[in-house]
Design a protein around this ligand. Sequence first.
Ligand SMILES: [Zn+2]
Length: 1007
Amino acid sequence: MAKQLEMFAQLDNSEDKRDVPPIPTQLDQLIDLDPDGPEPEEGSAYIALLKGAIPSDDNVLKDYIEIVGPRMQKEYMLRAAKGSSIEKYAHNADQSMLTHVLNGVFPTLQIVRESEVDLSDIEKQIYLIAYTLHDLDKLVNVQRLSVADANRKREFYGYLDEWVERLHFDNFCPEYNTYREDISYLILNTQVKYGADLNPQNFDRQLPGNRHEFLKRMCRFSDLIAYFMKNPASFLERPDISESLTHLSRGKLVFTYHKVSENRGMLTNVINNAVLAEMRDNFGWKPFLFFPTGVTYLRSRNLDDKALPTGDDIAEIVVEKLKTYCASRLEQNLNGFTRGGKGFKYADYYDAFFQPHDMLRLIQKGCFKILRQNKAPSAGKRLVKLQQLQMEGKIPEDISLDFEDDLRVDQLAEYLVEVEKLLGKFASRESVASEILAYLDLQEWHGVFTSIPSQGGVPLPWYFIAGKYLLRNRGKDENDMRDLFEEVTEHVTQVFAEAIQNQPQLDSFAALRNYVKRTIDINGHQHIHQDFQAELVRYTNTKKIGRGSDKGCSLCSSDFQTQESSETDVIFAPQVYSNKNPINSGRVRRGICQLCQMEMMLRQILIRSRWNLVGAGYESVKIKWLYLYPSYFFTPETSKIIGKAYQNLKSLNFFDVRRKLHRGSAATDLVELDEFIIDTETPDTEKENLLKMDFSENDLATFYFCGIPTLGTRPTDTESWAMPTFLAFLSTLAFNAKVVVTESQVPLYHSAEEFKETVVLNAPHPFVTHILQKDRLRIDEIEKSLEKLSAIYDLNIDAFRDGAKPQWQHLNSVSGNIETDPLYVFHYLDVFRRKNKWDSFPKPRNGEIFIPERYLQFYETLGGDKMSLIEGIAQRCFNFYGPDSFNANSILKVIALVENVIINSEPTIDPIDLKWEARGEVHNLMQRVRSSRAQGFARLLQREESTAIEALVNYFYDEVFMKDYKGQRAILRTRRNRLNAGINAWYQANWQQFRKQKNEEATDANN
Ligand SMILES: [Zn+2]
């Protein structure tokens, strides 16, 4: 490992990195630290996007989202419909009530719409209310709701009315009271389990019976589909779902699907998109449910039976889609074009997407992009080198080496060598070079050109030629240069056209074709089958040593051929994640299979990053990948929201969250924190730090993920997990989806079917488990976790921030200490106070919470259970003693005295004597206070005081020292500062209650 790090350190400083946009080391550039920054808008980004995602002509649905949506989000988003940490339900995968409702409503209404079933507005309203409240028993936590007798009926309608009001259904449907019994009939019959309430006589209904039957089917279908559709073909195992579809669509629609057997991230998205477009556009299948591993469609029963595409057809479609995506991105972004010490270079994968002519034009573009006007030329350095060679006698003496140190020399030289290299694959490099020289009318230098050695890969001969050419053709501006390149390109490609044509075409995508054929299943037509024979051969080869050995892929366990990756491919560092690298092999890079290479290439091309994160650059930002999974699918509507939210996703600035929390936003407002990561518009790509997929708006992905880099100079592992951890929790809220955060570029799970939790943090830094106690969290644990993280992060910033730098590297010690003893919260409050050189805490401004008050909340959030002890001490102390200021010494004067007496006493002392001694000391202090020899106030009359002092001393000795500190003086000594800081904070937040008391007494005394 040490050796690897050393290598990266070298790479870091190598000349290769020179022209790469530097990763910022000043966090100040990245964080807007403006306490008076614009107030974020109220309301949630999710609901705003939802409004835009539903069919524009459905007014009932529009009202539902606008009126009920925001309420539902608050009440339903973190409430479990399925799963949760509760043992009874834990075997089910998590699904929030919000998802359970939306994933029932949207598909059902789509079927009704597609099959042109008549549904009046009031019927649609009744359905929406009934299905949204069909889990009323869970909402009110009462089993077996019923209307079978008068008492139970009253109870049921009480609950129903309460929830109708809570979700604003009375606004949504002003006729609610008229149709209340129709609704309750549906609620009690959505699930078959209620059974007994099927008796329609128990309901005074307004709609005719046959309409009820249809609405009941809608409700039941919604419930079935939301819960049982866990993969694109789940309906095959549930005949009741297919039957319901037949009924609801009046026989018009059937289900179809396409499915892939695994999920590799980007590659799987490309495959899914290609197949989806094909089935939708050429077969008329309507996308219905989106899974990471495929799509369920609705197909019209009366569509002609067209033969489904074969495996070869699909493979071709996928390859074409992939080429289109990549070629257009590459043309636009010129990914992987860099200038290293030896010259200009570009990634190998370009050859797979471009014919020689197009490639040359791209290199031209790259040349002018990389070798820009304001860059320093290398021509001068190359000239010195040439002169050196001349002195060594390697270049004839009579040749004048006098070209200029000019960027145009660089551009031309670097371009020409690329032309030579590229066309040299089709004809000999010598012939290509001669042709170029002839075209530039520089044949006279041919001899010198061939005699100059290309030292260490630096194209010195071409620098010589370019220099000579520009000496002869002075005064060319950039446009002239571009024209020249264009002419050279046209000329040479024409000359070598035949050679290019005759070259047999290499299929760069053979492995991909093979893979697609093996993994895709369209409606059972293409059967997925694993190639067990190939797998066995590969496995056997991994055991071989030497020739014919194949170590297998270090990332996945596929049976595809592996080869060592080159640095331009490596946008991540496999050795960090792999445990399969042989020990002492001395190999930094190890083999990865063709598919993982394809995936890496796709991430390089299709994932946008403002930083050039190749090789070591990638390593240094310690990327975490955040993968979003639906629970258990996205509908066309929700996937549109996810797509939009993903595009508008921006880096989280924790200072914004902090500002909101300081204004007293409670945990119930957490759902609104999504505005901190979802912008109202697509963020400026030039300024965005996240690594995001670059799909067009029309091409929705089926699986969303992004990379979170850690910025700053040499970030620690602690820092690298700080934002990704917080984002994981925030993202489940923003996307209403399940989230996995990992360092692995291979998705940990193919689909949401494979894990039950809502948030999975894969092998996070230990600070995360100090705070959360676990790294896999169920839906009912999200809110508490977010509160805890917010508290620790907020506290970390208070205590350790350096200007705009949050200094997350302290999170580990902070969370470790607080886990050991939550009273450490107050220790950090003290650190914060001292750091600011405050004598007492400043008055809150702009409606912010008073600082000590905030820390008392932190203490409880973070598991502190000694609040009653602190209160017990404080109440008894400030009952008789009034500090003269908010300075900690003055507040803690009496308590410190009692503690000192106990700590300094002999362990063998009789407790009665010890208490006497403590009371005496406090009494003396109060005497000095009374005679103004010590600062402070006496709050009680002298005769009342001694009883009060005794109460304090007894409480402290019995409850604090003996019970809590087990009578150990050493424990009291080491922990007293934290305890005292807690008492101080409590007093700061509660002092007014004592003043009031005193005033009342003063009034009493006067009367
Ligand atoms: Zn692999």
